[in-house]
Design a protein around this ligand. Structure first.
Ligand SMILES: Nc1ncnc2c1ncn2[C@@H]1O[C@H](COP(=O)(O)OP(=O)(O)OP(=O)(O)O)[C@@H](O)[C@H]1O
Length: 367
């Protein structure tokens, strides 16, 4: 397996003669390194450029408009997918329905003239990893979509020379009942084989459960890259705060007043003198971000330091409750324990603990 690297990659689907000022960019000046043997996710909303990036890495799109693609430090820009040794697993399983499972898995090896004895042992090894051993003689058309997708993955990992495996929304057509098992299997395969994998999805749950390192893209640009914990605890901007987490971070416009952070109908006290100085120096637009799990709802609206909020919706998740709270035109989500007493329509007090509050200036993290 190998290290995969994008260096200042930009891509536009416009014809080459299109003037620079009129071009629409699917990917913009994106540089990123995915380390050898790492489990990665490429996460972003629909239309942000994920598929374009995958096709640029695999070689289905041979060259970006600008920039380079490196595999283990070698420039592979312009090379074919075969020359790059990148395997791709698509949304729909790509297998030969006319073949049995064994022949499907053997296909990439036979295609490159591997001796039959080696093909047999390699197919058995991969079938064991994928729990397909008992199904090797079954006609592939008779398998469920999850097993078909396992074959697609098997065909990707069976060749030692594969540099990286790209997974493009691989659970899209999988029945919800089988999704969990296949998702766990993908992760298990990556951990046991330590192959470089890049899992593309718009679903944060899939990204965060598969990957050790998540690259978030928006409008063709890299927004933040890091561990699921880093993205959750230390978002670099309000987009990451809102996009990661369920529900996402509450983001409120605010400004500094005599009490502290004025969010419109209420102010949150700022005790820390250093933080006050920092906010006083800030020239740009300020936003406050706080995750629902850090907000502390109290059943008494008069607790000192608490801001009164009306409960407009209570959602039960089984383990905890998600409260939708309103104060004037400000609406936030908070997490409350299952035994939290107040109900919809009640007024409660909300405390914003300093450790849970992030501050952004002009869309960039300040504190
Ligand atoms: N073949 C193409 N010709 C012209 N524009 C394209 C083409 N493919 C993609 N685009 C545009 O490039 C941008 C990025 O698209 P892309 O499919 O890479 O995003 P995505 O994140 O994979 O989206 P989705 O999750 O919906 O598949 C979009 O604005 C899209 O309309």
């Amino acid at each position: 397996m190998a290290k995969v690297e994008l260096v200042n990659v930009s891509h536009s689907y416009d014809p080459p003669e299109t003037p620079e000022s009129e071009r629409k960019w699917a990917v913009r000046d994106l540089s990123v390194v995915w380390e050898d043997g790492s489990a990665n996710a490429l996460l972003g909303p629909s239309g942000c450029g994920k598929t374009t990036l995958l096709n640029l890495i695999s070689g289905l799109l041979p060259s970006p408009t600008k920039g380079q693609i490196l595999i283990d430090g070698t420039d592979v820009t312009g090379l074919t997918p075969r020359e790059r040794g990148i395997a791709q697993v698509f949304q729909f399983p790509v297998i030969y329905d006319s073949m049995n499972v064994f022949d499907n898995l053997a296909f990439p090896l036979r295609n490159e003239g591997t001796p039959e004895g080696e093909v047999r042992s390699k197919v058995r090894e991969v079938a064991k990893i994928l729990d397909l051993e008992e199904k090797l003689k079954i006609h592939s058309s008779r398998l469920n979509p999850a097993d078909k997708q396992k074959i697609s993955l098997g065909r990707g990992i069976i060749r030692e020379s594969t540099a990286a495996v790209l997974l493009d929304e691989p659970l899209t057509v999988i029945d919800p009942k089988l999704k969990w098992g296949l998702r766990r299997k993908l992760r298990e395969v990556q951990v046991s084989l330590q192959k470089t994998m890049i899992y593309v999805t718009h679903d944060q749950h899939e990204a965060l459960t598969f990957a050790d390192d998540v690259t978030v893209v928006r409008d063709g640009e890299l927004v933040q890259k890091g561990s699921p914990k880093l993205l959750h605890d230390d978002p670099e901007n309000p987009f990451i705060g809102y996009f990661i987490g369920s529900p996402g971070m509450n983001v409120l416009s605010c400004s500094l007043d005599d009490i502290g952070l004025n969010c419109g109908p209420f102010s949150i006290p700022v005790q820390d003198a250093e933080l006050r100085d920092l906010l006083q120096d800030a020239q740009g637009d300020l936003e406050l971000g706080v995750r629902p799990e850090f907000i502390e709802p109290h059943d008494c609206a008069d607790d000192s330091g608490c801001v009164p909020f009306r409960i407009s919706v209570v959602e039960n998740t089984g383990a905890y409750r998600i409260l939708t709270l309103t104060n004037g035109d400000v609406q936030i989500k908070a997490r409350a324990p299952e035994n939290f007493g107040p109900r919809e329509g009640d007024t409660i007090g909300v405390h914003f603990p300093e450790r849970g509050v992030k501050l952004f200036e002009d869309g960039h993290r300040l504190v």
